[in-house]
Each structure stands twice: as structure tokens, then as C-alpha cells.
Design a protein around this ligand. Structure first.
Ligand SMILES: NC(=O)C1=CN([C@@H]2O[C@H](COP(=O)(O)OP(=O)(O)OC[C@H]3O[C@@H](n4cnc5c(N)ncnc54)[C@H](OP(=O)(O)O)[C@@H]3O)[C@@H](O)[C@H]2O)[C@@H](O)CC1
Ligand SMILES: Nc1ncnc2c1ncn2[C@@H]1O[C@H](COP(=O)(O)OP(=O)(O)O)[C@@H](O)[C@H]1O
Length: 508
């Protein structure tokens, strides 16, 4: 997992590093990383002598990094041009660049060259940016490498100005910063590369941790063993799905098909009669589950939570339920059990507040989070949630004693004790009807599989493991969005078609 720090924390460590290593040497180290990233971006498209790299240079250290990077690139044979966007610049870096590559032009003098740039290095503003500067408009299609932070992005809050410089890649120094993963940031940073510059953060507690594909892979492997291959379907895990209504007949199908595509041991479905026939056609692998069988499964669960003897090992509750007529009795019985459950959509409207023995994950989007807060007696605006998502998600986690996944372009996973993880997949194509139902299917499957939860016998899964698995499900979901988008337009059904291949990439 990638630790994420606030700007103030990064500034504090930076000050220590400067006192140890000197500011010039730090800036040169940052510049080398930036130059290497520029070379990597151009490796496929142009040889050094053909490529023109333009640096947009600002007044402070960010501009200094850009100038030293351009100096290195000029020394390696690239054509470079430094365009100063503000009246002042970093004096030593300006001198270093001029001695190798010639004079620096002002933006107005050299602006025309932007249309022939192979790459633009955005080194106007970094973490020192305050909203409101006039930023240059780049020709459409310009490839941009951002130095530390895209100019126009507030690295504290993640809020971007309208004229922010959109980056294809951002090389950020020291550590990942909160403002690079919040609010607008995933839409403007492009791929983020952290150049740690060997900063020492050992005495500082990060604000949160980012879970990316590599860390998800590690988290998924924690409990896997060679013995997994010997399990029968009940030992692999049985998911009970309580979902669907005549009003939304498709949602239960999507969740069911997603769980089946993940390779669930067995899926048992409790859906209204009129939905069951459709569901049996859409997912013939599923087996219906009536009220009596649920009672029996829950009663057995008191003695056998998992593995041999357990009829159901985890639950997914909510997709497509008509909130006017939810099967409250059945759902309340499941809520009283100690079996893990993921609760989504209309299920969120009936989940109780207060203490609970059940390991639960709630998966609201922002509007549903506000509804959960309102039910817990807290009234907030969408803007307040947007500005401090972890704070408000933590409120819900505490009030409902559940792990909470706040879904959106950046997803936040928070446990009742306040611990939290962030998933930032920037797969905008996921914003399509039914994609949340698929996430519920993926997570439901994961909660049912003891090789992932690591629980056997009568133990229950801890909130910290629940939080990790929830983040992994969100990472897989994001990857699913990206992979599906590479093949064409994205719909929920097409996401499910790609799910087996994506699961395979994560070791399933
Ligand atoms: N952290 C690290 O570990 C390392 C950091 N390094 C680098 O240092 C960078 C931070 O440098 P920095 O402090 O000089 O700030 P930077 O972003 O260049 O801004 C310059 C000045 O612009 C101004 N300004 C801001 N907004 C404005 C506005 N709207 N309109 C007009 N003016 C505005 C403001 O000046 P002010 O007006 O406040 O006097 C601000 O001070 C960092 O991003 C990274 O690239 C690496 O070298 C080494 C490792
Ligand atoms: N702009 C976006 N970029 C990336 N992911 C998004 C974006 N908007 C939504 N998502 C993701 O898409 C999913 C939508 O879920 P949800 O709102 O429950 O949709 P539905 O109810 O239609 O299934 C969530 O996983 C969310 O994280």
C-alpha cells in the first residue's frame, strides 16, 4: 500500500532533508527523475534529436526542478525550450539552463512553439500553488508531464481550477500527497509516479494509504495456500444474495452474474418469484433460497460459520430491492447473524445503526452516504462530503459499526475505528448503470471465500481484513472498467464479460 501524506507533512520532511542534503542537491535529484520520466514518455515516439521538449517555468522551486530537468535533457541531445510564465524564476536554475541550452524566453515570446512540442513539462506551480493564477492554454492534444503537481491543482484539497494543465503523467516528489488523490485530482494528474528521493518519513503517520493493483495483489495473497485446491464448493464459499424486485429486475441478475463470473463456490438467491425465472436464465449456476432455508442456514451458522457444515458463508444484500417493499424480516435475521455481508443500494435504507456482531460492508455512493448520515441524525451537504469524504465516511462507519466504501471516481474505505484506505482508479467508464451491482457481486464473492477472508470454523472476519478486501474489490472493479473500455464502450453486461479475465490477472 502506498502511504499518502498531507502537504504540511511533506513540507516538514522536505525541510529536514534540505538541512541534511542541501536544497540544490534535492532539486537536482527531483529534476533527474523528471527528466527520466520525460525520456520514457518519448521513447516510443521520437529520437532525442527529433524531439522538442518545452518547459513551462514558474517562479519558485517547481520552476527550478523544471529548468534542471530541461538542462539534463539538453545535455542528452534533446531540443529544449524554456518558457518563463512568470516575471521571476529560480536564479541558479535559470543560470544552469542558460549555460547549457541558451536563453530562456518569456511565454509570450515562445508560445507559438507549443504547437510543435513533442512534450511539455509543466513546471509552473507545484505544492506552493494557490487557486487563481492565470495559466497558459495549451494546443489540443499536447502531451504534458507535470512536475510534482499539475499547475492549477490545489495539492492540499485536490480541487482544480478550470484552466488546470491536464497531465498525461505526474512525477511527484517525496511522497504521494492527499491532494493528488482527492476531488478533481484523478481527472487531471494522469498516471502518478512517486519519486521518493529517499525522504525519511519513518516518524510520520500517513493520512491514509492508497491501494493500487500491486498492493491489491499482495493483500489478496495473504491467506491463500496450496490447500485451497483441495476444497469442495461449500468450502470455497457460498454466497447468499438477497436482491431484486419487479421494479428493478436487472440488478439482481447483474450481481449474480458478477459473483458467478468471479468463480464463487455456489450462489444462492433469495429474489421475488417473478425475478427468479429471469435470474435462472441469466445465471443458471445459481440455486434459489427460500425463507425457510435462510432460517436453517442462519441457525447452522451459529455452529459452523464457514467450511464444512455451513450452508451460506457470506451475504450480499440490496441490489434492485424495491425500497417500498423490502423483505425486512429476512434481512433483519441476516443482520442478526455473525456472517459477513455486503450491503448496497436499498439494503442501505434498512441497515440498523448501533453495535452489531456482524462484519458488514456498506457500499454507498455520495447521495446514499448522505442518507445514511441523515438516518444517524447528521445533516450534511453534498459539497461538505466532497470536501472531506474521509471524515463523513468515518461518521457512517462509526454510527453503523461497519466498514464503509464511499464510491466515486476516488473510493474511500473506512473502518469503525477510523482506519482508512483509498482506491483511486480513474476508470470514468464505470459511471454506468449497474456497475455498482457488479461491485457488490465481486465483494460478495470475496467475503464468501475463506481463502480470502482467512476465516474458518467459528471465527469472524476482522474489520481490518474486511477493509482490505473491500479496497481490493474496488481495485478489481476499476481495472475491470479500464480493460473493458479498451475494447469499446462500457455497459454493465460488458463489464461482466471481461470479469473472468480480470480476475485471472489478480490470481484467481
Ligand atoms: N516537497 C519536496 O519534497 C520537494 C519539492 N521540490 C519542488 O518544490 C516545489 C515547491 O516549491 P515552492 O515552495 O517554491 O512553490 P511552487 O509550487 O514552485 O510555487 C512558487 C510560488 O508561486 C506563487 N504562487 C502560488 N500560487 C500563485 C497564484 N495563484 N498566483 C500567483 N503566484 C502564485 C507562490 O509565491 P507567493 O506568491 O506566495 O510568494 C509560490 O511560493 C514542489 O512542488 C517541487 O516541485 C523539489 O525541488 C525537491 C523536493
Ligand atoms: N466518474 C467516475 N470515475 C470512476 N469511477 C466511477 C465514476 N463514477 C462512478 N464510479 C464508480 O462506478 C460505480 C457506480 O456505482 P453505483 O453508483 O452504485 O451505480 P449503480 O447503482 O448504477 O450500479 C462505483 O463503483 C463508483 O466508484
Amino acid at each position: 500500500m502506498i502511504p499518502v501524506y498531507s502537504v504540511a507533512q511533506v513540507r516538514a520532511v522536505e525541510a529536514q532533508e534540505i538541512s541534511k542534503r542541501g536544497s540544490e542537491s534535492l532539486m537536482r535529484a527531483a529534476a533527474s527523475e523528471l527528466a527520466a520520466a520525460a525520456e520514457a514518455m518519448l521513447a516510443q515516439t521520437a529520437s532525442p534529436t527529433d524531439a522538442l521538449i518545452i518547459g513551462l517555468i514558474g517562479p519558485g522551486n517547481n520552476g527550478g526542478d523544471g529548468l534542471y530537468a530541461l538542462t539534463e535533457l539538453a545535455q542528452r541531445g534533446y531540443q529544449t525550450l524554456a518558457l518563463q510564465c512568470t516575471e521571476t524564476g529560480h536564479p541558479e536554475a535559470l543560470k544552469a539552463y542558460a549555460s547549457v541550452a541558451g536563453t530562456v524566453k518569456s511565454l509570450s515570446e515562445g508560445e507559438e512553439a507549443l504547437s510543435s512540442a513533442s512534450l511539455v513539462i509543466d513546471a509552473i506551480y507545484g505544492i506552493g500553488y494557490r487557486t487563481g493564477a492565470q495559466l497558459p492554454k495549451l494546443p489540443a492534444g499536447t502531451r504534458v508531464l507535470a512536475c510534482d503537481v499539475p499547475s492549477g491543482l490545489n495539492c492540499e484539497t485536490g480541487s482544480a481550477d478550470d484552466d488546470v494543465l491536464l497531465a498525461e503523467r505526474t512525477v511527484t516528489f517525496g511522497a504521494m500527497k492527499t491532494g493528488l488523490i482527492s476531488q478533481d485530482a484523478p481527472l487531471v494528474t494522469g498516471e502518478i509516479q512517486v519519486a521518493t528521493l529517499d525522504f525519511d518519513f519513518s516518524s510520520i503517520t500517513p493520512e491514509t494509504h492508497l491501494v493500487d493493483e500491486n498492493s491489491a495483489q499482495e493483500l489478496l495473497n495473504v491467506h491463500r495456500s496450496w490447500r485451497d485446491a483441495g476444497r469442495h464448493k461449500y468450502e470455497r464459499g457460498v454466497l447468499g444474495l438477497i436482491a431484486g424486485s419487479a421494479l428493478y429486475p436487472g440488478a439482481a441478475q447483474l450481481t449474480a452474474r458478477a459473483a458467478v463470473a468471479c468463480g464463487v463456490g455456489l450462489l444462492r438467491t433469495h429474489v421475488p418469484e417473478e425475478v427468479q425465472s429471469l435470474l435462472s436464465l441469466a445465471a443458471p449456476e445459481t440455486v434459489p433460497l427460500d425463507d425457510e432455508q435462510i432460517t436453517e442456514a442462519l441457525s447452522l451458522a451459529r455452529r459452523h460459520l464457514h467450511g464444512r457444515g455451513a450452508k451460506i458463508s457470506a451475504w450480499a444484500i440490496g441490489p434492485g430491492i424495491d425500497s417500498r417493499t423490502p423483505p425486512t424480516g429476512v434481512i433483519a435475521n441476516v443482520f442478526d447473524s455473525r456472517q459477513p455481508a455486503v450491503i448496497d443500494a436499498s439494503g442501505l435504507e434498512v441497515v440498523p445503526t448501533g453495535p452489531s456482531e456482524q462484519p458488514r460492508v456498506l457500499t454507498p455512493h455520495a447521495k446514499e452516504l448522505r442518507m445514511l448520515l441523515r438516518r444517524a441524525g447528521v445533516s450534511v451537504t453534498t459539497e461538505e462530503v466532497r470536501q472531506d469524504p474521509i471524515r463523513w465516511t468515518r461518521w457512517v462507519a462509526l454510527a453503523y459499526n461497519a466498514v464503509v466504501l464511499l464510491k466515486g471516481p476516488t473510493s474511500y474505505v473506512v473502518a469503525p475505528n477510523g482506519a482508512n484506505l483509498v482506491v483511486c482508479h480513474a476508470a470514468a467508464q464505470l459511471a454506468t448503470a449497474g456497475s455498482g451491482d457488479i461491485l457488490t457481486g465481486i465483494l460478495g464473492y470475496m467475503l464468501s471465500d475463506s481463502s480470502l477472508t482467512g476465516i474458518y470454523g467459528l471465527e469472524t472476519v476482522s474489520n481490518s481484513r474486511l477493509m482490505e478486501l473491500t479496497a481490493c474489490a474496488a481495485v478489481i472493479h476499476g481495472q475491470l472498467g479500464r480493460v473493458t473500455a479498451q475494447q469499446g464502450t462500457v455497459s454493465a453486461s460488458r463489464l461482466i464479460d471481461q470479469l473472468p479475465a480480470v480476475m485471472k490477472d489478480f490470481g484467481f
